[in-house]
Ligand binder design. Structure first.
Ligand code: NAX
Length: 328
């Protein structure tokens, strides 16, 4: 029997949490031979804690053999103690009266607090996935506030954007997602995100030979960028099960490997491709031995460079806003 891994999920009573926790308990994320000590963090208010207790009761009722223990708390120092994996989902949704800067400021406080707690009590090599938006910049904040932890391990979720792109391309090319390789989504999980098919293949053939440039540029890229709004319009709620699924994919590949395939993760830039060091940027990576490597030495064409530059500008603007908040 393997030693249990301590996994934190924040926003445990939210709608993504409700899809995510049960799949983690079933072994979809870390494998069906990996026991888990599950830590659920919620806001410190009566309703959130009541909801979180309800979710915990349902997890109990699943009698998942892999769940060694389940703890629900509102204290980040209790929750992150010795944690080895953290999925930071909880954050404040944007309300109609809020500008993007207001959202950044409201959520920055959450990630400052959680970053400080992780720095003090988490496992020194904790792997962090930020899902709560604006996820790239929230991951940057948490990393800045955890100076004693491994900075490479603060990542943000762009796997949903990759998965969305995979299905759009598979459907257009009359193929299946399993036949697609070397597809990546660069940049920010926001309007500028860049689903990139330059190197993608479908059943071994270049994807760009199977679809028109017009569809790629004028349909695919905006469809993926606006998919979150399309889901809200259709369902009346934002993406939840698909977001939970992407979070599972992200951590699964990071821990168990991507079998030599590309995966999209937003990771701290090491300066590759002219992306300023430290920005949390969506990039193609390959995961092996519990670590990831950014795919290197790709020749970028002007179209790619322009899209990557737009994402650098967007993330630098966000970084400037939160740097002031962190400095306070
Ligand atoms: P919900 O509003 O359903 O749930 C959020 C939960 O977080 C609530 O239960 C709330 O009480 C809790 N929470 C708030 N502050 C907290 C804190 N300081 N500590 C612990 N818990 C806290 O939102 P949900 O639909 O689950 O979405 C969660 C986040 O994911 C949002 O920020 C959303 O924008 C983001 N998303 C990110 C995606 C991505 O691809 N990166 C896609 C899906 C989703 O939109």
């Amino acid at each position: 029997m393997k030693k249990p891994v301590k996994v934190v999920v924040t926003g445990a009573a939210g709608q993504i949490g409700y899809s995510l926790l049960f799949r983690i308990g079933a072994g979809d994320m870390l494998g069906t031979d990996q026991p888990i000590d599950l830590m659920m963090l919620e806001r410190n208010n009566e309703q959130s804690l009541k909801n979180s207790r309800g979710v915990q009761m349902e997890l109990d009722d699943c009698a998942f053999p892999l769940l060694n223990s389940i703890t629900a708390t509102s204290d980040p120092y209790v929750c992150f103690k010795d944690a080895e994996i953290a999925l930071l989902v909880g954050s404040r949704p944007r309300t109609a009266d809020m500008q993007r800067a207001d959202l950044l400021a409201a959520n920055a406080q959450i990630f400052v607090e959680q970053g400080k707690a992780m720095n003090e009590v988490a496992d020194r090599n904790i792997k962090v996935l930020v899902v709560g938006n604006p996820c790239n910049t929230n991951a940057y904040i948490a990393r800045r506030c955890s100076p004693d932890l491994n900075p490479r391990n603060f990542t943000a979720m762009m796997r949903l954007d990759e998965n969305r792109t995979l299905t759009q391309v598979a459907q257009k090319a009359n193929s299946t997602v399993a036949q697609i390789s070397k597809l990546a989504v660069w940049g920010n999980h926001g309007g500028t995100m860049f689903p990139d098919l330059t190197n993608a293949t479908v059943a071994g053939k270049p994807a760009l030979d199977l679809i028109t440039e017009d569809w790629y540029v004028n349909e695919l890229i905006p469809t993926v960028a606006k998919r979150g709004s399309a889901i809200i319009q259709a369902r009346g709620h934002s993406s939840a099960a698909s977001a939970a699924n992407a979070a599972i994919d992200h951590i699964h590949d990071w821990v168990l490997g991507s079998n030599g395939e590309w995966a999209t993760m937003a990771v701290p830039s090491d300066g590759s491709y002219g992306i300023p060091e430290g920005l949390t940027f969506g990039m193609p990576v390959i995961c092996k031995n519990g670590d990831y490597e950014i795919v290197k030495d790709l020749e970028l064409n002007q179209f790619q460079k322009d899209h990557i530059a737009a994402n650098i500008r967007a993330l630098e603007e966000e970084r400037a806003i939160v740097d002031e908040i962190i400095a306070k």
